[in-house]
Ligand binder design. Structure first.
Ligand code: NAD
Length: 290
């Protein structure tokens, strides 16, 4: 299948590479020329703008770092909306349901179908093709795309309602954000009492406290103090804020979510948006004096 791919960052690059390796023909664009060049070396064709991508293929995927970037790439002056061939825009980014619905409405005016397709599973999952891929949009487009999406992970059809897969993704990432700070607090409590953090993680992973932070993030990036898991604090906070906004829009007030939201605001203030999200433990350690 001919596929356009816009946004070749931590997630987009390995997803695009897997699609090429599976035999799809890719037309790629990123504002950073160096990553585009790397994919051209692997067999992709380079485009000069999102519009250029959409002039050349019917199916355009995007993996972008902010709501504004998704809106701009999809509907801006040089966006997919201006392309002569584009029929569907598949947004693999996490943008929340309100932005997804907005983009859906704007693209529909030009007969371009917007398909929500946020993913979960991190850079490792993108490299191995084991992401959880959450899709909402017309079932016929889902059926058409399914073989290509199978290349990047385990594919779930959430429903036809625009934004539905974004709500699913925010529920997932709220849990991931919660696991990270809750595990950090549990480990810092133990360290303050004199326990070995590596032993604690082994015990937690053999016990009922096991979660994605204890299983993946602590062994790979927190215990070795490398803080290089590949997901920025800015992106985690984006998702936590989107989850809180989603709850508010639904008329919900959630106790854990409010506390987790406040904690992540203190983490981004202390560590900065570009830090890796596994650095969340640092301000918790500092406050505890360990
Ligand atoms: P990233 O910052 O590593 O990559 C974003 C890429 O988009 C960069 O290469 C950047 O140059 C490019 N870009 C930015 N603006 C652009 C524009 N206007 N036109 C073309 N290219 C543009 O981000 P990431 O970690 O790959 O995340 C991408 C999306 O995937 C985000 O929505 C994030 O929340 C989501 N996500 C990330 C992870 C993860 O572990 N990193 C996991 C699941 C989902």
């Amino acid at each position: 299948m001919d596929i356009g791919f816009i946004g070749l960052g931590n997630m987009g690059f390995p997803m695009a590479r897997r699609l090429i390796e599976a035999g799809h023909k890719l037309v790629v664009f990123d504002t950073r020329k160096e990553v585009t060049d790397k994919l051209v070396a692997l067999g992709a064709a380079a485009a000069t703008s999102p519009k250029d991508v959409a002039d050349r293929v019917e199916t355009v995927m995007a993996s972008l770092p902010s709501l504004q970037a998704s809106l701009e790439v999809a509907t801006g002056a040089n966006g997919v909306i201006e392309g002569s061939r584009a029929k569907r825009f598949i947004d693999l980014s996490t943008v929340g349901s309100a932005m997804a619905v907005k983009i859906h409405g704007l693209l529909a005016k030009r007969n371009i179908v917007q398909i929500d397709c946020p993913v979960s599973g991190g850079v490792g999952g993108a490299e191995k093709g084991t992401l959880a891929v959450m899709v909402s949009g017309p079932k016929a487009d889902f059926d058409l795309l399914k073989p290509a999406l199978d290349v990047i992970g385990k594919v779930f059809f959430i429903g036809e309602k625009p934004g539905a897969a974004q709500t699913m993704k925010l529920a997932n990432n709220f849990l991931s954000a919660t696991a990270m700070v809750a595990t950090s607090e549990a480990v810092v409590m133990g360290v303050k009492a004199g326990l070995d953090p590596a032993v604690m993680i082994d015990v937690i992973n053999a016990g009922s406290g096991m979660n994605t932070a204890s299983r993946d993030k602590f062994p790979r990036a927190v215990l070795p103090r490398s803080f290089d898991f590949g997901f920025a604090t800015g992106l985690m906070v984006k998702d936590v804020r989107l989850a809180l906004e989603e709850m508010k829009q639904l008329g919900l007030s959630m106790g854990v979510a409010d506390a987790v939201g406040r904690l992540w605001e203190t983490i981004i203030a202390a560590e900065g948006a570009d830090s890796d999200f596994t650095a969340a433990i640092k301000p918790i350690e500092k406050q505890a004096g360990v």
